[in-house]
Design a protein around this ligand. Structure first.
Ligand code: GLU
Length: 429
């Protein structure tokens, strides 16, 4: 099944063994002072609003029962229903899901869509599950968290190792419990049951748009720019193809089994075909083989980490050759790597802005489902680029005005929008 952002995972060095949530809080705290945020509001936002842990049994194909652990964390809902994906993976923890939920709050706020942030996850090895086991696991997990999700409360979507088929099971399970079809309870569904045109490609297309903006700003022509993409899941593969269509030369790609590099360019269609046929990109022959770690430091102008967290760390940040990093993954750069890159003058388009295309088209999907009126792919893409380019422009303007990097500016914009919600709504009762 087509899955999101799977690729080689590098171990973060010991001195960077901060948990994902600790990193998320650090990034938040860095702007609290700068914004002179009310300490009470800061205390609200430093923690998730609500978190649910569930342990649930799944009947396996061999007749045995296996108990899995899953989570749904809602970081904030002041601006609207919570929104965020569901990830499956052997290393999923509450700490990681918490961080990802907080990042969703900022992501929705920075692009100005009316959602709060949430995330879900199940600790499992999706590769070891049959299709039926995956369906059983999904249905039972959704029944367990159905207490806290719904079109007006919290709307799940795909993330790592989940895809439109999994979202179809989510929609069906939730709808069966209510007794009627409720397409707006989840986004990233197949188009045939209320999914949106262009949702599958949205994150990758948004990354292309953000890379194009970053290139314009730095005076680097995107046409002919050398791009390396880490991760060849739904995010990385679509971003690579969109960037190639926009005129860039894709020089490096990687997946879980390794990396490929060709300074004259890699043909994405041929690389995808090789990956489909042989299970990995490394079967593509017209390129040099690199290790996963080498992909990040290869000769390129634009680097798109589109895999998992903690990939650009203090141990490789000073060897990154790219002038622009567009964060396709959530949390790919550790705070210490972030300051090294900043010092070296590398422009980073931060995750909460760079990969917001997915949730933006999820918003369109939810709106279309609520209205039962569907838009064309051209309309979707035009609205997507409009929202993302406007968000980039305002983050860039703020960064220039305040003399800060794009991540700090994006956080400032996001956190102040969320804080504004508390200021005008007030605290109940
Ligand atoms: N999982 C995606 C993300 O991290 C999309 C979330 C959504 O569409 O709700 O942004």
């Amino acid at each position: 099944m087509g899955v999101h952002g799977m690729t080689g995972v590098q171990e973060a060095p010991a001195q960077e063994s901060l948990g994902a949530y600790e990193i998320a809080v650090q990034q938040f705290d860095a702007v609290v002072e700068r914004l002179q945020l009310d300490p009470g509001i800061a205390a609200i936002l430093r923690q998730p609003k609500r978190e649910l842990s569930v342990n649930f049994p799944v009947k396996m194909d061999d007749g045995s029962l296996h108990v899995f652990t899953g989570y749904r964390v809602q970081h904030n809902m002041i601006r609207g229903p919570a929104k965020g994906g569901i990830r499956y993976g052997p290393n999923v923890t509450l700490d990681e899901v918490r961080a990802l939920a907080m990042w969703m709050t900022w992501k929705c706020a920075v692009v100005g869509i009316p959602f709060g942030g949430a995330k879900g996850g199940v600790c499992c090895d999706p590769k070891a599950l049959s299709l039926r086991e995956l369906e059983n696991l999904t249905r039972r997990y959704i029944s367990e968290i159905s207490l806290v999700i719904g079109p007006e409360i919290d709307i799940p979507a795909p993330d790592m190792n989940t895809n439109p088929q999994v979202m179809a099971w989510v929609m069906d399970t939730y709808s069966m419990q209510k007794g009627y079809s409720i397409p707006a309870c989840v986004t990233g569904k197949p188009v045939s049951i209320g999914g949106s045109e262009g949702r599958l490609e949205a994150t990758g297309r948004g990354i292309m748009a953000m890379a194009r903006k970053a290139c314009q700003h730095t005076g680097l022509p995107l046409t002919g720019a050398r791009v390396a993409v880490q991760g060849f899941g739904n995010v990385g593969s679509v971003a690579a193809r969109a960037l190639q269509q926009a005129g860039a030369t894709i020089v490096g790609l990687s997946d879980m089994d390794g990396a490929i590099y060709n300074e004259r360019g890699i043909d994405i269609d041929a690389a995808s075909a090789a990956a489909k046929e042989h299970g990995s990109l490394v079967a593509y022959r017209q390129a040099q083989r690199l290790g996963n770690a080498e992909l990040l430091t290869c000769a390129c102008d634009v680097l798109v980490p589109a895999a998992v967290e903690n990939q650009i760390t203090a141990s490789n940040a000073d060897r990154i050759q790219a002038r622009i990093v567009v964060e396709g993954a959530n949390g790919p750069t550790t705070p210490s790597a972030d300051s090294i890159l900043r010092r070296r003058g590398v422009l980073i388009v931060p995750d909460i802005l760079a990969n917001a295309g997915g949730v933006t088209v999820s918003y369109f999907e939810w709106v279309q489902d609520l209205q039962s009126f569907f838009w064309t792919e051209e309309e979707i893409n035009a609205r997507l680029f409009n929202i993302m380019e406007r968000a980039f422009d305002s983050v860039l303007a703020l960064s220039l005005r305040e003399g800060v990097d794009l991540r700090t500016a994006a956080y400032m914009q996001a956190v102040s929008k969320v804080a504004e919600g508390y200021i005008v709504r007030g605290i109940y009762p």
